[in-house]
Design a protein around this ligand. Structure first.
Ligand code: COA
Length: 198
């Protein structure tokens, strides 16, 4: 397996498909299906906001991050407007912003991690997390932050194993029926304490 600190040109659709299929729970309210989400988002993938895992030349996993105000996908208002009504655009832009994390200069925020179904359970996700942590360290950050939904205990177990600790919980309250999960746990990997070093 090769873990790259970027997404290769040409891998946009493969990366976006894996991402949308894995994270459909968050994306369904905005796009309906993983295919529709991937078709909309792929042209707006930023190659320098994701690390990727490649096996035998084929992309099998992707992990996004936010840096300097830019995340893994950066569609603009006008791109939504080309596809959706004014109201549809407003709902999607506002709703997706709700899922965004606040930025903190010292902290690298993750923007989703996804491994293709056939490649799961073989260490790809752990390798992507290690690359994100290494990148944060190179960038002089103090920590890596991510959100995990309360319906994903296995992902949470993976993060704990990789050195992340629980930091807090955000309830979605009224939005629960929209997303299908009630709360999001924020986890943090501290880069300065020796025990948390990768
Ligand atoms: C979570 C995910 C990125 C882990 O990638 P991975 O390559 O399977 O991870 P690794 O092989 O390094 O580690 C395996 C561990 O990942 C966790 N895991 C979470 N979901 C898993 C799944 N569907 N299949 C296999 N492992 C999964 C488990 O803790 C597993 O260990 P276990 O078998 O002891 O329970 C991947 O399973 C995935 O894309 N899941 C769907 C999307 C998702 O949940 N993303 C995280 C949102 S917060």
């Amino acid at each position: 397996m090769n873990v790259l600190s970027h997404v290769r040109p040409g891998d946009e659709m493969a990366a976006t498909r894996i991402y949308c299929e894995a994270l459909i729970q968050k994306l369904r309210p905005f796009f309906g299906t993983a295919d529709a989400a991937a078709e909309f988002l792929a042209p707006h993938l930023r190659h320098d906001r994701g690390v990727s895992a490649v096996i035998d030349g084929r992309l099998v996993g992707i992990a996004g991050y936010r840096l300097d105000g830019q995340g893994l996908f950066e569609p603009k208002w006008r791109h939504f407007r080309e596809r959706f009504s004014l109201m549809g655009t407003a709902i999607r832009v506002a709703g997706l912003a709700l899922l965004d994390k606040e930025e903190d200069e010292d902290v690298l925020s993750m923007d989703g991690i996804a491994v293709g179904q056939g490649a799961r359970g073989a260490g790809v996700g752990s390798a992507l997390l290690a690359e994100i942590v290494a990148m944060a360290r190179r960038a002089g950050k103090r920590a890596v932050r991510l959100d995990v939904v309360d319906t994903n205990p296995r992902a949470k177990a993976l993060y704990l194993r990789c050195g992340f600790v629980e930091e807090g919980r955000r309830r979605l309250d009224l939005l629960r029926p929209v997303f299908g999960f009630a709360s999001v746990t924020t986890m943090r990997h501290h880069l300065t304490d020796a025990a948390g070093s990768a």
